[in-house]
Design a protein around this ligand. Structure first.
Ligand SMILES: [Ca+2]
Length: 86
């Protein structure tokens, strides 16, 4: 989870057989998570004959790790039809 760094205080008291030299300190929990990398999607219309068109969709992963569980969606008019390959 991406979150802000957080600090907390530690206070030592009632030592047994020892002397507390530094009774209080502050710790920091540093966020080590990165936000997801947006992957650019590009569309190239290769042909258009009015009643339809052919389009290439390119999805590029700009991160160093695999992207799992992604999907691409299109909002089309109710009378539209699609066909093609992936
Ligand atoms: Ca985190």
């Amino acid at each position: 989870m991406v979150e802000a760094d957080e600090t907390f205080a530690v206070r030592l008291t009632s030592a047994n057989g020892a002397t507390i030299a530094t009774p209080q300190a502050t710790g920091t929990i540093v966020n080590d998570d990165q936000p997801p990398v947006a992957s650019p999607v590009s569309f190239i219309k290769r042909d258009d004959w009015g009643a339809g068109f052919v389009m290439d969709v390119k999805i590029k992963n700009n991160s160093a790790t695999a992207m799992n569980g992604w999907r691409i969606e299109f909002d089309l008019r109710p009378t539209s039809r699609t066909s093609g390959t992936a």
